[in-house]
Write a new protein. Structure first.
Length: 274
């Protein structure tokens, strides 16, 4: 094995730090702006040193009903993920262990639905939701988020399930195990790291989704995406308030991602090394 020379190691480390700084700087600037006044945040010359204020956070939490939107985000993200897992596990099991001639076509077709621009189906979805009285409803967002993430969930679960040896299932069936036993007692426990990482990814995708939330909700079912967009009004954009609201919106998912990064990496690399 060729060992990297120390100048190359230093160069790689410096490059890694530079890339990390570039990626983190927008988050740093967002947090910094959240402690400014609206006039200072909108100033032409950026200010790195100033007297911080919590006015933006007070406006976001107290005056803008932050917790209502946060609870809707938690409900829709977690609920849609649980629905995706409940539907995706049996679908992925069928494709992994009960393959047919159309399995590959079905997988490709499911993935191709992610290439369709959401705006292309906005009108029919809006009319259907209006007919079903699901507009401005957290239930409506839960269903649309589940439909949006289900292809990715099925694809990921399918790749994890194919790493489970089929001989184990055959031996279990010989011993009298039912289809339910194979899924619940064998495949799911063996694939739990992959299932957990898939669930975490689905939560992140649902939490960050803005298009459907803005177009299908207004007040009652609105999520944090609608909450942040509400700081733009006819009077202009209140940059400090928007930065504070955005910080409060991304903070929960950042904290969750920080504490679950090991599980996420473990799940995404599950089965990569034989």
């Amino acid at each position: 094995m060729n060992r990297m020379s120390w100048p190359a190691k230093i160069g790689v480390n410096v490059l890694a730090y530079l890339v990390s700084i570039l990626m983190f700087f927008p988050i740093f600037w967002l947090i910094l702006t959240s402690f400014k006044t609206n006039s200072l945040a909108a100033a032409r010359d950026p200010a790195f040193f100033f007297s911080p204020t919590l006015a933006g956070y007070v406006n976001a939490v107290v005056d803008s009903n932050y917790w209502h939107y946060a609870l809707n985000s938690i409900y829709t993200a977690v609920g849609s993920t649980l629905l995706c897992i409940a539907l995706g596990v049996p679908a992925a099991y069928s494709m992994a262990f009960r393959r047919s001639k159309r399995t590959d076509f079905t997988l490709l077709w499911m993935l191709s639905t992610k290439m369709l621009p959401a705006v292309g189906v906005l009108v029919p979805i809006f009319l259907i939701y209006k007919k079903l009285h699901l507009l401005d409803s957290a239930w409506g967002l839960l269903f649309i988020y589940a439909a949006m993430n289900l292809p990715i969930v099925v694809w990921l679960l399918y790749t994890y399930f194919t790493d489970v040896p089929g001989e184990i299932l055959e031996a279990a069936e010989i011993d009298g195990a039912s289809l339910w036993d194979n899924i619940v007692r064998i495949v799911v426990p063996l694939s739990m790291p992959g299932i957990l990482s898939t669930g975490l990814l689905a939560i992140v995708l649902a939490w960050n989704e803005a298009f459907w939330a803005i177009n299908l909700t207004n007040v009652h079912g609105a999520t944090l995406a609608v909450f942040v967009s509400g700081f733009k009004s006819a009077r202009g954009q209140f940059w400090a308030n928007m930065a504070a609201g955005s910080t409060l919106s991304v903070l929960p998912i950042l904290i969750a991602g920080w504490f679950t990064q090991r599980q996420l990496v473990r799940g995404l690399t599950f089965g990569a090394v034989k």
